[in-house]
Ligand binder design. Structure first.
Ligand SMILES: Cc1cc2nc3c(=O)[nH]c(=O)nc-3n(C[C@H](O)[C@H](O)[C@H](O)COP(=O)(O)O)c2cc1C
Length: 230
């Protein structure tokens, strides 16, 4: 007995998954609050270990998003990055190749020449301007829930992005914002036990923005799936 699903559900889901991309150029128009609430409500269906639902989402909009942007940029001039969760130690092999490819795609799109460190640094710093997005969501987990709390939050981020995509709202997940968790906790008034997983800047895409003109590739199924049947 299969659970009933709406007609066309698989096609709709596939279309949403295929059309989502990380948006790095936004229009200033805000997303209506009712739309944001629909996204957050949909993301709330995310599965988590023991249904603990470790995620909390703090969303800065309007003047608060402006304040987040300007205060974060001031903060990072005088503070080192101290992420709560370990950042990747090293990218080697296929991971290094994929990282390079998507980096070069972005640089090519925005006109940063290979080896131009100043220009690539300026592009990286756009993370902290939230790529001009009118909203930013910060996703935190509970320290006691450890690595799996962060895993649950990752699933939450994916659902948030797909729900946004279904409403025509563009997103970019940003580990960059997790570099300064003390700033995030102070800004939103969070206790030390809330660990910063990542941010999601979101809004309506500026489809003409150079940074939005490329799409990343994925490995073929054969590279990731092994079938064991006997
Ligand atoms: C957990 C996570 C953190 C990310 N952090 C950043 C970031 O700090 N800055 C950024 O520009 N993109 C960031 N990205 C976006 C990835 O670069 C992007 O998802 C990847 O290149 C695949 O491209 P796509 O999202 O367009 O399909 C992040 C993605 C994830 C899932």
């Amino acid at each position: 007995m299969h659970a009933p699903v709406p007609a066309g559900a698989a096609d709709t889901l596939f279309a949403l998954q295929q059309s989502r991309y990380s948006c790095r150029g936004f229009l200033p128009e805000p997303v209506p609050r009712a739309m944001i609430e629909r996204i957050v409500t949909a993301a709330q269906s995310t599965a988590s270990w023991c249904n603990a639902q470790p995620w909390q989402v703090h969303i800065a909009s309007g003047a608060a998003a402006e304040r987040f942007r300007s205060e974060l940029n001031a903060y990072l001039q005088t503070h080192d990055a101290t992420p709560d969760y370990d950042f990747p130690r090293e990218y080697t092999g296929a991971y290094q190749a994929r990282r390079r490819e998507c980096g070069f795609q972005l640089y090519e799109a925005v006109g940063v020449a290979r080896g131009d460190r100043e220009a690539s640094h300026a592009q990286a710093m756009r993370n902290f301007l939230l790529f001009d997005a009118p909203h930013v969501a910060l996703i935190t987990s509970e320290a006691d829930l450890g690595t799996y709390g962060a895993v649950d939050c990752g699933a939450y981020v994916a659902n948030f992005m797909l729900a946004a995509q279904s409403l025509g709202v563009a997103t970019v997940p940003q580990a960059a914002l997790a570099r300064y968790p003390a700033f995030v906790r102070t800004f939103f008034g969070l206790p030390e036990s809330r660990l910063v997983v990542c941010g999601i800047s979101f809004g309506f895409a500026d489809m003409a923005h150079p940074a939005n003109q490329f799409r990343t590739r994925r490995a073929d199924m054969a590279e990731v799936a092994q079938w064991v049947e006997t």
